[in-house]
Design a protein around this ligand. Structure first.
Ligand code: SF4
Ligand SMILES: [Zn+2]
Length: 288
């Protein structure tokens, strides 16, 4: 009986690892000895991803954006530092207070005085900005994120429900290099893995994941979409179908667009209108 359980656990671990390896091959995510920055938050997805890329012999380093979220960032960083040390992985940290002069909470509060925006939307723009900037600065060829199949299905529906069809072009398992080198290509090696599978893998591997959710989490719309999907019978099948059908559509499009990105006139990072979203947000904190 106990032996059966151990055999099943090992079989799951091997299957999961094979699935990630197969996705890397299938989507051509990593070529040769490319240097990969892995965006690590301390959660189950990014920790599993970092562990696996290192295990597969990839040239990786961990990239953590320290958002200075009280009681949360420190706990995550403590665990990430120990994890990287144990697995001989280089860890690079971007300190938001040093870079922007404020913690995420301070940035959110000042911006929200004049804008109707959620903490997570602001946080997403800030993280995307610094991940792109520092992955390039520290010599990465690509940026790997821990997005899984559930995330992709949710993002797809969120973009459609919010009438942001353009943003769907940014989805998919990997992006290619843009002509002017503004965006670092992004890859999602967990693209074919369900959230429940990553959760199980992380648990079976005994990764030390901080159990508390982020105290600033406020993304009601995403929660609604997740809830809606969970209510559908056979929803794992539906998520795969949705994402795979979308990939077929993406393949038929002439080429992936970069949404007309131009250099931000403040920071030289990509923007859509001349001033990037992060600079637009941070402008309000600087006024204080
Ligand atoms: S839950 Fe929201 S605010 Fe917290 S780290 Fe994630 S995106 Fe940022
Ligand atoms: Zn900018």
């Amino acid at each position: 009986m106990v032996l059966d359980i151990i055999i099943n656990m090992n079989a799951f671990i091997l299957d999961f690892e094979k699935k990630v390896k197969d996705s890397i091959k299938k989507y051509d995510l990593i070529i040769g000895n490319e240097r990969i920055a892995v965006a690590i938050s301390g959660g189950k997805d990014s920790t599993s991803l970092l562990y696996l890329l290192k295990k597969f012999g990839c040239n990786v380093f961990a990239l953590f954006i320290d958002l200075k979220i009280k009681g949360n960032s420190d706990e995550n960083l403590k665990r990430i530092t120990a994890f990287c040390k144990k697995n001989c992985i280089e860890l690079r940290i971007v300190d938001l207070k040093k870079e922007a002069g404020h913690s995420l909470l301070e940035i959110c509060r000042t911006y929200q005085k004049e804008h109707d925006s959620t903490n997570c939307a602001i946080c997403g723009a800030i993280k995307r900005h610094y991940l792109n900037k520092f992955a390039k600065k520290w010599g990465a060829d690509k940026l790997a994120t821990g997005h899984n199949l559930d995330d992709e299905a949710e993002n797809l529906l969120l973009n459609i429900f919010s009438n942001n069809y353009d943003l769907c072009f940014g989805l998919g398992p990997g992006s290619v290099k843009d002509d002017v080198g503004l965006f670092i290509p992004r890859i999602k090696p967990l693209y074919d893995c369900l959230n429940s599978e990553t959760e199980k893998y992380s648990r079976l591997m005994g990764f030390d994941i901080y159990p508390e959710i982020c105290p600033l989490r406020a993304d009601a719309f995403r929660k609604d979409v997740r809830h809606m999907i969970s209510k559908i019978k056979n929803n794992d099948f539906l998520k795969r179908k949705l994402v795979n059908n979308f990939l077929d559509i993406l393949k038929k499009m002439p080429a992936k667009k970069f949404l007309g990105a131009v250099k931000c006139f403040e920071c030289s990072e990509p923007s859509r209108k001349g001033l990037c979203k992060a600079c637009e947000i941070l402008k309000f904190s600087k006024k204080r």
